[in-house]
Write a protein that binds this ligand. Structure first.
Ligand code: ADP
Length: 477
């Protein structure tokens, strides 16, 4: 079996802030079926360290970006892990990337440079005789690895694939850190990792990785445009021949309405009713005949939930109700709390709650995802699987995974949800009105739910695409 090293800053179920963790956690299982064994290199955060049993030290460093470090090999949660135990970088309380003050940890560049450096070292030196045939790097936190590898070895290099899960995060660092980050002076150039006078870790990956991918075909095209490329669209246009979009799947064992311990299990949409009633009760809403919409999301500008606030009055007018679970920017949290205060048909839980998110997917009628941009998006996929009809902005992976209910699609009985464009409050209101209309046609609604539940959202197709990409990288002379 061929071997790959997957390198990520988070990985479900061990440590997660967003969709990247879900992908990093699910990919090894999916790729195993394609004939690829993945080991996953992760930072040794406290939650990761405490999950390790029988960890074996396989490499030590006296000084890795400011302190001693060890590489541990261990198995946990079905994953074959290599863990970078570097207490000076990862043993701390607080959020993964942010300190208690809500700002990035000032040493984030060092933390993830260390992770990337270790990935390169594993590629060049191997660990205990194991060497990967391929590096699969995720986002800026792993993006310096191809450059480090180039610096470490003149000889044969392990090919690398960089997957962009979100172009918004670049991993910027001051040029004064060049030496501390073990970066070569020659690379401080606009054709390499310099970005307007600073170091840009993601750009280094976009320039030096052998192939690039992102998490949906539409986002792969969008990234080439200035509106979406966040300043890196030019770099990506230069590499467009090496860039592909492969949709994320979801873990169908964790998201399985027929065997989900959080819910009253169901296999057909007519059996969702109990979950719906429980959810209404759990959120303290009043039972109603209108559609129950849900949102599970980070509360950030990207997610467009300010647009949804604007759309609420029209939706409620039509008998709709909404339950939101999310956390993030304080202003958005406050605005949603205020909306719940003002409107009895709106209920809000601020926080992160995996179990509740399952109950919401099971009990909701529709899931709203009005993102301004969305590389892939996972909650619309959970919605499909649970017969909770997605209402999504037509962008990125949202455009690729939902078959929109226009006249033709409704006539042909192929629609699985609603899309709107341009991404404005008015267009969102339009989509939510179409949702309300469709909800009134109960037989038609149930047919749409059945189609949604039958829509493939697992990993098999995408894993085959990744396998083809892995093969193309490793079969090159
Ligand atoms: P992103 O990675 O941009 O946050 P995705 O839709 O790709 O967006 O992935 C988000 C993941 O995080 C999903 O698995 C979603 O269910 C989960 N999630 C987001 N917010 C919460 C929350 N407050 N509670 C529970 N799960 C959440």
């Amino acid at each position: 079996m061929k071997q790959a090293l997957s390198v990520a800053s988070e990985c479900a179920p061990l440590v997660k802030t967003g969709g990247l963790a879900d992908v990093a956690g699910a990919l090894p299982g999916a790729m195993e079926e394609q004939g690829w064994h993945l080991r996953t290199l992760l930072p040794g955060y406290p939650t990761v360290m405490s999950a390790l049993k029988k960890a074996k030290e396989v490499r030590t460093e006296d000084d890795l970006m400011g302190g001693p470090a060890r590489l541990l090999a261990a198995k946990a949660s079905g994953l074959d892990l290599l863990v970078l135990d570097a207490p000076h970088l990862f043993e701390r309380r607080g959020a993964l990337y942010l300190g208690a003050d809500g700002k990035d940890w000032p040493d984030n560049p060092e933390r993830y440079a260390a992770l990337s450096w270790m990935a390169a070292a594993i590629a060049v030196d191997g660990v205990e005789g194991w060497q990967p045939d391929l590096l699969h790097l995720h986002d800026w936190q792993a993006a310096l690895a191809p450059l480090y590898q180039r610096e470490m070895s003149d000889g044969k290099r392990v090919p690398s694939l960089l997957t962009v899960h979100n172009i918004a995060f670049h991993g910027m660092a001051s040029v004064t850190k060049l030496k501390d980050l073990r970066l070569p002076q020659w690379g401080f150039h606009p054709d390499a990792f310099e970005y307007y006078g600073q170091i840009n870790a993601l750009k280094a990956g976009l320039v030096f990785a052998d192939k690039l991918s992102t998490v949906s075909p539409t986002y792969a095209r969008e990234l080439l445009r200035p509106e979406f490329g966040m300043g890196l669209d030019g770099v990506l246009r230069n590499r467009r021949a090496d860039l592909v979009g492969i949709l994320n799947g979801i873990d169908e064992t964790i998201w399985n309405p027929a065997a989900d311990p959080q819910i009253v299990a169901f296999t057909t949409p007519d059996k969702k009713a109990k979950n719906r009633a429980h959810l209404i009760e759990e959120f303290g809403l009043t039972p109603s005949d209108g559609p129950l919409a849900i949102v599970v999301s980070r509360l950030t500008e990207q997610k467009g939930l300010d647009l949804l606030l604007e759309a609420l009055p029209a939706f409620i007018e039509r008998g709709g109700q909404l339950a939101l679970l999310g956390s993030g920017e304080p202003e958005l949290e406050a605005a949603w709390r205020a909306a719940a205060e003002a409107m009895p048909q709106v209920a809000v839980r601020i926080g992160y709650n995996e179990a509740l998110s399952h109950r919401m997917m099971a009990g909701g009628d529709a899931v709203i995802v009005p993102s301004r941009f969305e590389p892939c998006g996972l909650t619309q996929l959970y919605g499909l699987r649970y017969g909770t009809i997605p209402v999504v902005a037509m962008t990125g992976g949202l455009a690729d995974t939902v078959i929109r209910a226009n006249e033709a699609a409704l006539l042909a009985d192929v629609a699985t949800g609603f899309q709107f464009f341009p991404i404005t409050a008015d267009e969102l209101i339009g989509a939510m009105m179409r949702l309300c209309d469709a909800y009134e046609d109960r037989p038609g609604w149930e047919r749409m739910q059945r189609r949604a539940m039958a829509h493939p959202v697992g990993w098999s197709t995408s894993a085959a695409h990744y396998a083809a990409l892995y093969e193309s990288l490793t079969s090159q002379p």
